[in-house]
Design a protein around this ligand. Structure first.
Ligand SMILES: Cc1cc2nc3c(=O)[nH]c(=O)nc-3n(C[C@H](O)[C@H](O)[C@H](O)COP(=O)(O)OP(=O)(O)OC[C@H]3O[C@@H](n4cnc5c(N)ncnc54)[C@H](O)[C@@H]3O)c2cc1C
Length: 292
């Protein structure tokens, strides 16, 4: 079957071509999922719309209020080179930098990681913890949605036909805020998370004032675990609060049994990662007191 390839320079062109193909087109960002799927015959697009040549999809901007806008097709390598991003969002950056190898990171994007729909995508729990909002454009215009509303199940999203993720917006940070991401993998490198957990915290005087927890690879979609955040807010991250938050993470798990981990193992690890990730985010946040 012939495959047409289009590399538009504008978002409007990309959206029109993608929508006009009525489901037979696929968006190409880094291609590190899509090309693997095409090689194995899982994906057979009639049209490929390459979004890497569209300025707005590949830019990182920090607004005057301290919020960041990351184009959906920005590569992990480009994000790592940004002068400020990793200082403000070290957890999001460490999650993105866990994706594959150096070669993969030269291409792979957070938009592709999200839209691939894997519950084990590493950047997604960190983006959920960050409170990232996704801007989406389609044939019916533009809308925003919280990042956790995008995945619909393994390999599926809640994007409407013809919609493209344009960018992620990460909110401004209060002083005393930071984040962290940890994953458990059976090997030391290049594997898929058995559990991934992102934590974003703000502390004032050693007390947690805001918290968000994103949990991956333990349910059909990445989860925002609000009960874990509630258990941490108002605490000094004492053992009781951490255990309550870990219990909330365990309770949120609806994992599968597979060769990487059993249901019991994944559930236990979710609690362990909550405690470790919260400790790292808190240490960073307290180091960052006085402004990012
Ligand atoms: C060797 C190897 C190791 C890997 N290791 C990891 C790992 O450790 N952790 C991990 O999470 N992943 C890993 N991956 C998977 C992959 O690299 C990531 O999911 C990556 O972030 C995908 O980004 P991409 O830009 O390459 O996406 P693409 O392959 O370009 O796209 C992925 C899917 O999303 C769609 N899409 C892409 N961008 C958009 C958009 N803006 N709007 C709408 N739809 C879009 C595409 O049509 C496609 O269906 C690995 C892959 C390989 C080959």
């Amino acid at each position: 079957m012939d495959i047409r390839y289009l590399a538009p320079q504008t978002l409007d062109e990309a959206v029109s071509a993608f929508a006009a193909a009525q489901g037979s087109a696929r968006i190409l960002a880094g291609g590190t999922d899509l090309l693997v799927q095409m090689r194995s015959g899982v994906a057979r697009p009639g049209l490929i719309v390459d979004i890497k040549k569209i300025g707005v999809m590949t830019e990182i901007t920090e607004a005057a209020d301290g919020s960041f806008r990351i184009g959906a097709a920005v590569s992990g390598a480009t994000l790592a080179e940004h002068r400020r991003f990793g200082k403000v969002w070290p957890g999001v950056l460490e999650a993105i930098n866990l994706i594959g190898s150096k070669q993969v990171q030269g291409r792979a994007s957070p938009g592709g990681n999200l839209c691939n729909g894997s519950p084990a995508g590493d950047s997604v729990p960190a983006m959920v913890a960050a409170g990232a909002v996704v801007t989406v454009q389609g044939p019916n215009g533009r809308r925003t949605m919280p990042v956790e509303a995008v995945p619909a199940g393994p390999g599926r999203t809640n994007l409407a036909p013809g919609e493209i993720v344009v960018s992620f917006t990460l909110p401004p940070r209060a002083p005393g805020s930071s984040d962290a991401y940890l994953r458990m993998i059976p090997r030391t490198e290049m594997d898929i998370a058995v559990v991934g957990l992102g934590a974003s915290l703000t502390l004032q005087g050693g007390v947690v004032t805001t918290a968000r927890i994103g949990l991956g690879a333990v349910a059909p979609t990445v989860l925002l675990v609000e009960d874990a955040a509630k258990a941490l807010v108002g605490s000094k991250l004492d053992d009781a609060a951490l255990e309550a938050a870990a219990a909330a993470c365990r309770a949120a798990c609806k994992p599968i049994n597979d060769k990487r981990g059993t249901i019991a193992y994944r559930t236990k690890v979710a609690g362990v990662l909550l405690k470790r990730t919260a400790a790292i985010a808190a240490a960073r946040a307290q180091g960052a007191l006085g402004g990012n």
